[in-house]
Design a protein around this ligand. Structure first.
Ligand code: PMP
Length: 360
């Protein structure tokens, strides 16, 4: 068996140690004679697995008291709707920062439920830079301020938490959660689909301040109602039991790596050397303002686009897969989440150098 270096943006590579453990536990979980997939979500064993995942997440992110953690279905996209439905309350307006494709999707969904004020937009800069906070105009009467902490397609990442101007701050962290320590106390709500940095597809995490829970719009579906989900331990209906378990294994793995400060140091090294390889050569380019380049998703191009197919084919032959850019933008993208070993990045950089020597 050969495992490739998988640079997929999501669903993405999982730590090999996690997959091996899941394999070992697949048929008979801890002597129960059954797979986790065959267990009732109400069983004592399963509830312990679910609770362990929550407490490990709380520990890793140092989640302060006064926050609920929910494990929900429908991916991050369901939260695009659930957030305005639950947090609008007696307001009419919500404020969003537009930094690219995922912000736009969140905005389009919010528009179904509220007036959306665009507090700032990266569009005039082709989404290659984040407008400085001083240039934002945030409606003081908005129910919350939303931003996308990492644009998975554009490769644009906030390096700091923006000042929310007194509003509850909401962030889509689907593609950079758990990649660095986070001051959760600065947020009203943080959410993320699991399938990049936390586990497999099928589960999303919502971390929210308790005082924001409890006054959803009348038409809010029960499964998107934060109060009902919080009161039922995210088990209002059958949760995605196996993804939740795998997410728990990823969290245990992260703790073994030394937690978020340790993984951040690795992520800084991995991304810095890949950007350095791109910048040092006129053959490769990345258009993003260095101040907001993503540590997780590194888009890059070669000037001669006719060579793209060859690049991908030769990379694949070298065991480096899923380097295609998003279908909407083309070029290449290397997604280097926590589970991508540093050796995978080194191997990609080596390959890029070889390719340039051959075709440059
Ligand atoms: N937000 C971001 C930043 C994403 O990258 C994605 C998925 N690529 C989503 C939201 C949508 O996530 P899901 O498919 O879980 O709904």
């Amino acid at each position: 068996m050969t495992r490739v270096y998988n640079f997929s943006a999501g669903p993405s590579a999982l730590p090999t140690a996690v997959l091996e453990r899941a394999r070992d536990e697949l048929l008979d979980w801890h002597g129960t004679g059954m797979s986790i997939m065959e267990m009732s979500h109400r069983s004592k064993d399963y509830v312990a697995i679910a609770e362990r995942a929550e407490s490990d997440l709380r520990e890793l992110l140092s989640i302060p008291a006064g926050y609920k953690v929910l494990f929900l279905q429908g991916g991050a996209s369901a939260q695009f709707a659930a957030i305005p439905m639950n947090l609008l309350r007696d307001k009419t307006t919500v404020a969003y920062v537009n930094t690219g494709i995922w912000s736009k999707k969140a905005i389009a969904e919010a528009k179904k439920y509220a007036r959306v004020q665009i507090a700032a937009s990266g569009e005039p800069n082709n989404f290659c830079a984040i407008p400085p906070r001083a240039a934002w105009t945030v409606d003081a009467d908005a129910a919350y301020l939303h931003y996308t902490s990492n644009e998975t397609i554009g490769g644009v990442e906030f390096q700091d938490i923006p000042d929310a101007g007194g509003l509850p701050l909401v962030s889509d962290m689907s593609s950079n959660i758990l990649s660095r320590p986070l001051d959760v106390g600065r947020f009203g709500l943080v959410y993320a689909g699991a399938q990049k940095n936390m586990g497999p597809a099928g589960i999303a995490v919502v971390i929210l301040r308790e005082d924001l829970i409890g006054e959803p719009m009348a038409a809010t579906p029960s499964i998107l109602d934060y109060r009902q989900q919080a009161d039922n331990g995210s088990m209002l209906n059958t949760p995605p039991t196996y993804p939740w378990y795998l997410l728990g294994l990823v969290l245990e793995w992260l703790k073994e790596q030394g937690g978020l400060a340790a993984i951040e140091a690795v992520n800084v090294r991995k991304s810095a050397k890949l950007y350095a390889a791109i910048d040092r050569s006129p053959f490769y380019s990345n258009p993003v303002d260095p101040a907001c380049r993503s540590r997780m998703n590194v888009p890059f191009r070669i000037a001669n686009t006719e060579l793209e197919k060859t690049f991908l084919a030769e990379a694949r032959a070298a065991g480096l897969v899923n380097l295609e850019g998003h279908r909407s933008v083309g070029g290449f993208r290397a997604s280097i989440y926590n589970a991508m070993p540093e050796a995978g990045v080194d191997s990609l950089i080596g390959f890029m150098g070889e390719f340039e020597r051959k075709y440059g």
